[in-house]
Ligand binder design. Structure first.
Ligand SMILES: Cc1cc2nc3c(=O)[nH]c(=O)nc-3n(C[C@H](O)[C@H](O)[C@H](O)COP(=O)(O)OP(=O)(O)OC[C@H]3O[C@@H](n4cnc5c(N)ncnc54)[C@H](O)[C@@H]3O)c2cc1C
Length: 289
């Protein structure tokens, strides 16, 4: 049930930040797709919230701006606006592909990218592809602004470095040369409106059949979306060969086991995750040929 609480809809960031710092335990409301379900489920994370501060009317954090070398996405941009943004499609296709897998059309019309990674569920589909693009986020309070890599911001499931008086305002993505290719794969229990059970994002570059850069990030199979440095280090500067890609998938399997231990789902998830890794790497590098 949604408790009785105050609701504010500021139109400037300054106003929102002042409200947030003056009302103790107040929360930001973006798309509300996690907040409202949290209330309905009686989640302890949304207990005793006296007020919601809706950020949807703040233009400076809902838009998407392309600059010469970057794409600056307002944290309150919803997934539909990301999918429909020409620069996002051109420069960050695997992030757009990931955005298109979130929920349904109705959910994507509400759900925001900022809400996705601030909530930091293990299955947050926006996270792995932002991690491979080395996304940096911008955070403001009424007294200061700071930037940090998304990977540092995410601590553990449903926990980030966000302070109670702060709002994430932007996601900054640096453009990569066209030689970089990316992919995003999501496996759920059904094809649509499904929570990820396994998610994998890749971004890589190959020159003369040598892997000159590779980024790998998981979602859902690890406690939170994370880069996998072991697989990246294993593949870097190697030739693109079938045996190498298979071995990289084994390295990923070991990483998952180290992160989660053996669970009831391991006999299914582990071989499937390894196969996904192998086949996504094969597809990615065949794009390079
Ligand atoms: C039916 C359904 C299907 C779904 N399917 C998927 C799916 O397939 N994949 C997936 O990843 N997720 C899915 N979700 C989860 C959800 O839609 C996403 O996590 C969404 O991106 C959350 O964004 P929001 O704008 O709705 O966040 P909200 O619910 O508004 O907020 C989430 C949390 O983030 C905080 N917050 C939001 N924005 C900011 C900000 N800018 N600064 C500081 N704090 C902020 C809020 O205070 C709250 O704690 C689904 C949800 C539903 C209900």
């Amino acid at each position: 049930m949604i408790p009785k609480l105050d609701y504010f809809a500021p139109t400037t960031l300054g106003e929102a930040l002042n409200l947030l710092s003056s009302i103790s335990n107040s929360r930001i409301l973006a798309g509300g797709t996690d907040v409202l379900t949290g209330f309905h489920q009686g989640s302890s994370r949304f207990k005793d919230v006296p007020a919601l501060i809706d950020i949807n009317r703040i233009e400076e954090i809902t838009g998407i701006v392309e600059t010469d070398d970057s794409l600056i996405i307002g944290a309150a941009a919803n997934f539909t606006s990301i999918i429909n943004n020409a620069a996002a499609v051109k420069y960050f296709p695997s992030f757009v592909a990931a955005s298109a897998t979130v929920g349904s059309v109705q959910i994507r019309n509400r759900a925001t990218i900022g809400g996705n990674f601030v909530n930091n569920a293990p299955c947050a589909d926006g996270v792995p592809s932002l991690l491979v693009y080395d996304a940096v986020i911008k955070i403001s309070s009424s007294t200061a602004t700071r930037e940090m890599p998304l990977g540092e911001f995410l601590i553990r499931p449903y926990k980030t470095q966000l302070m109670p008086n702060e709002i994430v305002t932007h996601v900054i993505l640096k453009k990569y040369p066209e030689s970089y290719k990316g992919s995003f794969y999501k496996l759920g229990r059904r094809r649509g409106v499904a929570i990820s059970r396994i998610a994998l994002a890749l971004l890589g570059e190959v020159k003369d059949n040598i892997i000159t850069d590779i980024r790998v990030a998981t979602g859902a199979i690890t406690p939170i979306g994370k880069r996998v440095p072991e697989v990246e280090a294993f593949l870097l500067n190697k030739k693109v060969e079938d045996a190498t890609l298979r071995e990289a998938a084994s390295v990923l399997g070991q990483h998952i086991l180290d992160a989660t231990g053996v669970r009831w789902s391991t006999p299914y998830k582990l071989p499937v995750a390894q196969h996904v890794c192998y086949s996504e790497l094969s597809n990615l590098f065949s794009k390079e040929a």
